[in-house]
Design a protein around this ligand. Structure first.
Ligand SMILES: Nc1ncnc2c1ncn2[C@@H]1O[C@H](COP(=O)(O)OP(=O)(O)O)[C@@H](O)[C@H]1O
Ligand SMILES: [Mg+2]
Length: 509
């Protein structure tokens, strides 16, 4: 029997994806008229659990009760019928349409015929009642991100949802917009609606929620009343675990002069808000500097600025003493800078070309030319050497790169990048999505490169990985460095606090 006193009771939810148990027997109860925060690091399983509740994924096993009644939610339509609404991390609005048009898009209410004038009137009423300050006739593209989010919420209110899921709603908001969202959540709560608020920011969760459930690696670590807990306990619940060192690392053999110097760097996000806020650090020859932190705290923008793919707003980047700030990527690459992008499916390689052309793509003109033509024998030799050295498993160098497995794709990109004998390597999420064997291989390669004297910037969501490989670690939070330290100098609790933006540590490193 299940939870008559609860708006939502999810019981024993299991959801597997290839290679990962995203939700591992999760029990979760949302009280009526409560704001319940779901807290956890990236990849903890928060979005998956909510997508199950909203009918976007089906669970492998488990049960869902809504107000005590067992339900079967197979599609978002089923969820909406059960009074559930969800604001996703990525909005689903249609830019050329107006606010009102977007709100009624796909609406299937009880009231059968809905004319535009009537809809507009109801939308206006909702806007007034909740003090949203939106113009019902404004086009979506004219609105700020914060306003667009309000439209998403309007959609849910229009459908009279009683249970509202917000997946990291504050990630795209300015602090001021966050405060106005919170006011609004309090209003909805006062009306008896029940709210699930997903976040990885401890101070927000402490401010807005009544209860908090912490997930870690697909499991519930615990649920607390907000007034009975504190940020230290929550941080420990979020990240506290035994670090598993699968690789023994010796001190670097090749530590040398400063290769990369970043001074007071400011970089904007796609939305034009500051994503990197005045960071200063350096990386030496033969050193791995790791960035720990929940994704979305400016790491990607930093990496893109370093390789010249994103404009630097203020500050400087020096590579081997040369100022490369706002230089085009080809100039930066020509200084022997290698880059493993976060999103290898989109940016990492040429999908529809052969493994051979991919491997040769970085050196084609300088090296593989005979008279005016490509020297195919040379290309074959070159790519076969790399295929061997990097254990790329493929029947032939002529196979299309897109047909490689995930681990082999990453080896391909790594082979291509390392073959230019880099001075500086930027590795963003180098082992994400790889199996254990491929992960171990990539990690060993990174250490090998370090010992060969490469300066490496390692960005990873996997805290264990960062601590395992890095000579020094810096923690990023909302575009700022919360601390730079040697991994053995600082406790996991403290790292958790820095990752959550609670604590700043000035350590000598
Ligand atoms: N559609 C999917 N296919 C494969 N794996 C997925 C999918 N969605 C999520 N995952 C994996 O499930 C785990 C949990 O992810 P997610 O629920 O998005 O975490 P969170 O929202 O807490 O960051 C991660 O390891 C993620 O890579
Ligand atoms: Mg998520």
């Amino acid at each position: 029997m299940g939870g008559e006193d609860y708006a939502v009771y999810m019981k024993g939810i299991v959801k597997r994806f290839p290679g990962v148990v995203a939700n591992d027997h999760i029990d979760f109860k949302l009280g009526i008229g409560e704001i319940h925060a779901l807290l956890g690091e990236n990849g903890a399983g928060k979005t998956t659990l909510m997508n199950i509740l909203y009918g976007l994924y089906s669970a492998d096993s488990g049960e869902i009760y809504i107000y005590g009644k067992k339900v079967s939610i197979k599609t978002p339509k089923d969820a909406i019928k059960n009074g559930i609404g969800m604001v996703h991390q990525h909005f689903t609005l249609v830019p050329p349409f107006t606010v009102t048009e977007n709100v009624i898009l796909g609406y299937e209410g009880n009231k059968p015929v809905l004319n535009m004038a009537e809809a507009r009137k109801r939308v206006s009423e909702l806007i007034d009642r909740y003090g949203l300050g939106l113009d019902p006739d404004a086009k979506i593209w004219q609105l700020s991100v914060g306003e667009q989010q309000k439209v998403e919420i309007l959609k849910i209110l229009f459908r009279e949802a009683k249970i509202i899921i917000l997946d990291e709603p504050t990630a795209v908001l300015t602090p001021k917009e966050t405060q106005s969202l919170f006011e609004f959540l309090r209003k909805m709560k006062a009306e008896g609606r029940s709210i699930i608020f997903i976040s990885h920011k401890l101070h927000e969760v402490m401010e807005i929620s009544d209860r908090i459930t912490v997930l870690q690696k697909g499991r519930v670590v615990g649920t607390r009343n907000t007034k009975d807990t504190n940020e230290v306990e929550l941080a420990r619940m979020m990240v506290g675990r035994e670090v598993i060192f699968t690789i023994k690392k010796e001190p670097s053999k090749a530590l040398g002069r400063i290769i990369v110097e970043v001074r007071n760097l400011w970089v904007n996000s796609d939305r034009g808000l500051p994503a990197v806020k005045g960071v200063t650090f350096s990386i030496r020859k033969g050193e791995i500097l790791g960035i720990a932190g929940v994704s979305g705290n400016g790491q990607r923008e930093l990496a893109e600025a370093l390789i010249g793919l994103r404009k630097v707003d203020k500050g400087n980047i020096l590579i081997d003493g040369l100022d490369v700030t706002n230089k085009p990527p080809k100039d930066i690459v020509s200084l022997n800078v290698a880059y493993l992008p976060e999103d290898r499916e989109e940016l990492g390689y040429f999908k529809d070309e052969s493994i051979r052309s991919n491997l040769c793509s970085k050196i084609r003109y300088s090296f593989l030319k005979k008279n005016f033509f490509l020297d195919f024998r040379m290309m074959n030799q070159y790519s076969d050497t790399l295929i061997n050295e990097f254990d790329i498993i493929t029947p032939s160098r002529f196979n299309l790169a897109k047909n490689l497995s995930g681990g082999n794709k990453q080896r391909l990109v790594l082979a291509r990048e390392l073959a230019i004998k880099p001075k500086f390597l930027i590795a963003n999420q180098p082992t994400r999505g790889l199996d254990v064997g491929a992960t171990e291989y990539i990690r060993k390669k990174l250490l090998e490169q370090r010992d060969d004297g490469v300066a490496i910037l390692l960005i990873s969501e996997d805290l264990d990985e960062v601590l395992m490989l890095s000579d020094r670690v810096m923690v990023f939070y909302e575009g700022e460095i919360m601390g730079i330290f040697k991994p053995e100098e600082v406790s996991l609790d403290d790292i958790g606090l820095m990752m959550a933006g609670v604590k700043r540590m000035e350590v000598s490193a």
